[in-house]
Design a protein. Structure first.
Lengths: 114, 111
């Protein structure tokens, strides 16, 4: 069973508020991914890291989104000023490798922006 | 933009029946394909990978890949109610650390 830990499981914010979620990848997995899964179950890739370095990222929605994976600390994804359209399930996954490697997902953080 | 088209959107099969899912990719560079399953309230979990043309069987699950037609499929035989979930295909290529996911197929196995 996957041991990717995501906290909190549920997050409720008002529009304009900061929203921060955390992820502890599987031990020994150097690659970490963040995805946004919308109400239609569609995945949107946000960013990935290898160790502490960003590998790839989308244009992070007018820079409202930021993410980091510091050494010896949980990875985090933060939305500076939440909007209603940010309401979604945010999934963190980790992998031994990119490309062909299996991704191990956490249970997700369900963000609701009122 | 790289895309993976998945069909059908939803599927109902009787317990013990066969469930089949299909994906077609838009990018001939995709080389690595995975199938993931997501139960309600959980994150996706990998079912199996397929990287070479032909069939790959793991227990009740069989994946098929045809790179020439950019088509990958998954078949579940002897479907069980516990197989009821969302099923996603995911594709990637060499040097690309991220997968492109299909939109998912919702399977309901009726007891």
């Amino acid at each position: 069973n996957s041991k990717v830990i995501q906290t909190p499981r549920y997050l409720v914010k008002g529009q304009g508020q900061k929203a921060k979620m955390r992820c502890i990848p599987e031990k020994g997995h150097p690659v970490v991914f963040w995805y946004q899964q919308n109400k239609n179950n569609e995945f949107k890739f946000l960013i990935n890291f290898q160790n502490q370095e960003v590998l790839q990222q989308i244009d992070m929605t007018e820079k409202r989104f930021s993410a980091e994976c510091p050494s010896n600390s949980p990875c985090s994804l933060e939305i500076q000023s939440s909007e209603a359209g940010d309401s979604a399930l945010y999934l963190c996954a980790s992998s031994l490798t990119g490309g062909a490697g299996e991704q191990y997902f956490g249970p997700g953080t369900r963000l609701t922006v009122l | 933009q790289q895309k993976v088209q998945q069909s059908p959107e939803s599927l109902s099969v009787p317990e013990g029946g066969m469930a089949s899912f299909n994906c077609t990719s838009s990018d001939r560079n995709f080389q690595y394909f995975w199938w993931y399953r997501q139960h309600s309230g959980e994150g996706p979990k990998a079912l199996m990978s397929i990287f070479s043309d032909g069939d790959k069987k793991e227990g009740r699950f069989t994946a098929h890949l045809n790179k020439a037609s950019l088509h990958v499929s998954l078949h579940i035989r002897d479907s069980q109610p516990s197989d009821s979930a969302l099923y996603f295909c995911a594709a990637s290529n060499t040097g690309n650390y991220k997968y492109v996911f299909g939109a998912g197929t919702r399977l309901k196995v009726i007891a």
